[in-house]
Design a binder for this molecule. Structure first.
Ligand code: NOJ
Length: 750
């Protein structure tokens, strides 16, 4: 029997998820908090107010810290995770400072505290908001148990160039997918209500355009048109602002010549005035002071003025506000009322978190690595893995396979499989693929393990012969490669994104054995693999999968689990194609399907003989794998794409339905994607835009009708005059398994 699945209404994403995002305290609650904030503020000296705006990194119980706390000089401490120290510092704030204002303790908990989930880009490959929400909840439960009540996640920077090391921290290249998953992570971190002791205030970062760093070099300049800023980079931030994210963080970068830390248009005009966002805005680490390096201000005092005017409430480890603001108020260069506004937002968050009532951690049962946390981390790792090639259905391994060679530097890399931004995860809890294969499947197959290379950058080939011998004596070869955790993340951009060390050579040697070869890559970004891909039968890409990556991969290899992940980023063939993204513009000369390539250009070909279209002679026009692509152990067929009407009216909507059938022999999940193209616009429109998606699980032979509602509002866009517009005209619509495929139809916006 056919079932119908209806999915989230596109334009109502924010509204529908927002109400579930607990912290929208009832207006009565807010009024009460506002009264408390005003009462407290009225008692504060200017020094105490400025103290609240000061965030320092932990100095433990050192005297300079405790003295500052006593005098009310610190509002927030970063990176203290010893609950005894947290409570001791808090006791000084609450019992020994004049007004007893508690400290807000914070930490980067990016994809797990102790139980590490897949890196965020990996979680995005699940296209499953529940997976991301679970990750946030588990992280919040564990981190709050030591006193962390504020974290700097999610990262919502759209990244179109995977050389940028921080691509790994976000949800990929698409504004819609990033919006949906960003809201989900916030829901997980903040829980039902911020006053719950397991709630951790989230932080939407880095506002904004940080992912557009030139050449993918971290911290670098971004040049972004108004249209691109509004249509591509801002939407995820707007979505989470509306969904109740507690805080925002400004980014390090400049846009069009203005460092964001000094850009009032972003923080005050857009965030505060247009979006009516009233949460706390923190600087990035020393981003205010660094405006001097940008060549935008001459000294710390000027940096403080510019940042405060721009709307930054709290100074993260800049040491610029605390020593300068008082004097600046005296000189009339900043107004005390500006300081009051910032302090209001800081105090309000502390009240919302219940820190005044429950400032201490106290004694708590350990919640680290709880069974349920490990279970959810494993589910996330399963859903984050993307099957990109599976020639001859080598995976899942057949009953006939009696021995496997397990080779490669990531087969047993407890530290590196956790990925970047892991400060607290204990590697001894990481279960590697080797350990999981031995524990779960060791009785079924003989495991011949030879690392071949000891770490991803290892160039020493002395184990090659042994690895090849292990491959020869096994039925199937599993090569676990990739890049170490340290090769992605902040300040870890790469110009060469291929497999580092001697991994490419080792794969070539293993391929020569003629044994079925499965390549499993753990990495923080898509890895350039086009030369190795023809040598392997199967390519499974798992990102850095976290604590439970091993059991997840073992189940996928043996078919206890079925891959369902899809690419949240375009997978380039060659690094030279970057930046590369599916929702690009068509250009005046779009590439043709048949293109002359470097190896078949005739000698002395005429200057204009190659068609004059937009592509590379050596890489062509296409990526290796398109955004949204991923295979399964089963197959899916799409049919019967229907629209409830051929026209949408302003303010109206249409229903889009499509049947998806599992045409293979195994149960599996498919991520059904809806894209549109606005054919003509007063500013040019992308060749495709994701507007909705739904993950459906189907038994063999089962079909479901997936139904989406597409609203006219979801077709709005911004022009370069910063106007949001809706232009009548013709649209193409696709529903399909990736950004490069799908059933096609059209409609008209009237
Ligand atoms: C700098 C990073 O850019 C930001 O993402 C992080 O949250 C802060 N440092 C705090 O560690």
């Amino acid at each position: 029997m056919k079932q119908v699945i209806r999915t989230v209404i596109v334009a109502m994403l924010v509204a529908s998820v927002g109400t579930a995002c607990g912290d929208k305290t009832s207006s009565r609650g807010n009024d009460e908090i506002d009264r408390k904030v005003e009462a407290l503020l009225s008692k504060m000296t200017l020094d105490e107010k400025i103290g609240q705006m000061n965030q320092i990194t932990s100095g433990g119980m050192q005297i300079y810290v405790t003295n500052q706390i006593k005098s009310g000089g610190i509002g927030s401490i970063l990176n203290e995770i010893d609950p005894l120290v947290v409570d001791s510092l808090q006791r000084i704030a609450v019992e020994e400072s004049r007004l007893g204002i508690p400290i807000l303790f914070s930490r980067d908990v990016i994809h797990g505290f102790k139980t590490i989930f897949p890196v965020p880009l990996g979680q995005a490959a699940s296209w499953n908001p529940q997976v991301v929400e679970n990750g946030g909840r588990v992280a919040a439960i564990e981190a709050s148990s030591v006193g962390v009540r504020w974290t700097f996640a999610p990262m919502l920077d759209i990244a179109r160039d995977v050389r940028w090391g921080r691509s790994v921290e976000g949800f990929g290249e698409d504004p819609y997918l990033t919006s949906v998953l960003g809201v989900a992570m916030i829901k997980g971190l903040q829980g039902e209500n911020l006053s719950d002791p397991t709630a951790v205030a989230a932080c939407a970062k880095h506002f904004v355009g940080y992912g557009a760093a030139e050449g993918g070099r971290d911290y670098n300049t971004a040049m972004i048109s108004t249209e691109q800023l509004r249509n591509i980079y801002l939407p995820p931030f707007k979505a989470v602002a509306e969904a109740g994210v507690a805080t925002f963080m400004i980014s390090f970068n400049e846009i069009n010549g203005i460092p964001n830390s000094g850009n009032g248009y972003l923080a005050t005009e857009i965030l505060r005035k247009q979006w009516k966002y009233d949460g706390l805005l923190v600087s990035d680490w020393n981003s205010v002071g660094e405006m001097q390096n940008h060549g935008f201000v001459k000294d710390d005092a000027e940096a403080a003025i510019v940042a405060l005017n721009a709307g930054i409430d709290m100074d993260m480890e800049n040491h610029v506000y605390a020593p300068n603001l008082k004097q600046l108020v005296k000189e009339g260069k900043v107004k005390e009322s500006q300081i009051d506004d910032a302090v209001r937002r800081i105090l309000k968050l502390k009240f919302q978190l219940g820190l005044f009532e429950n400032p201490y951690v106290g004694k708590r049962e350990s919640v680290f690595y709880a069974e349920d946390h490990l279970k959810k981390a494993k589910e996330a790792a399963i859903e984050s893995a993307i099957l990109l090639k599976n020639e001859n259905d080598v995976l899942p391994l057949k009953e006939s396979v009696k021995s496997i060679a397990v080779i490669g530097p990531m087969a047993d890399a407890q530290h590196d499989q956790m990925g970047t931004w892991v400060f607290d995860g204990d590697k001894t809890h990481t279960v590697t693929p080797l350990a999981a294969l031995r524990a779960e499947y060791g009785d079924k197959v003989k495991i011949n393990y030879v690392p071949g290379l000891n770490y991803s950058r290892d160039l020493d080939k002395k184990q090659f012969a042994q690895a090849v011998a292990a491959a020869r004596s096994s039925d199937v070869v599993l090569f676990f490669g990739g890049e170490e955790a340290i090769m992605s993340g902040e300040a870890h951009s790469r110009a060469d994104i291929s497999l580092p060390g001697a991994q490419k050579e080792l794969i070539a040697e293993l391929a020569k054995t003629g044994k079925p070869l499965v390549l499993i890559v753990m990495a923080g970004r898509p890895i350039e693999i086009y030369k190795e891909l023809p040598l392997v039968n199967t390519y499974l890409f798992s990102f850095h999968p976290g604590t439970m990556g091993g059991p997840a991969l073992a189940d996928l290899i043996f078919g206890k689990a079925v891959p369902s992940g899809k690419l949240p980023v375009t997978y380039p063939k060659m690094v030279g194609q970057l930046p590369l993204y599916y929702n690009h513009k068509n250009t005046g000369r779009p590439a043709q399907d048949e293109l002359p390539m470097i190896d078949n250009i005739p000698l002395e070909a005429g200057q204009v003989s190659l068609g004059c279209t937009s592509y590379y002679l050596d890489a062509g026009k296409d990526p290796l794998f398109p955004f949204g692509f991923g295979l399964s152990y089963t197959t899916f067929a799409y049919s019967d794409l229907q629209l409830s009407a051929q026209e949408i009216k302003t303010g109206g909507s249409i229903k889009v339905s499509c049947s998806v059938k599992n045409t293979g022999a195994r149960e599996g999940a498919e991520i059904v994607q809806l894209y549109i193209r606005d054919l003509v616009g007063s500013v040019t429109r992308p060749v495709r835009e994701l507007k909705a998606f739904e993950k459906v699980t189907l038994k063999p032979g089962e079909a479901k009708t997936v139904e989406f509602t597409l609203t006219a509002d979801a077709l709005k866009f911004y022009n370069n005059k910063d106007e949001e517009i809706l232009e009548p005209g013709d649209y193409t619509l696709w529903v399909g398994p990736s950004s490069a495929e799908g059933l096609e139809t059209s409609f008209v916006l009237k």
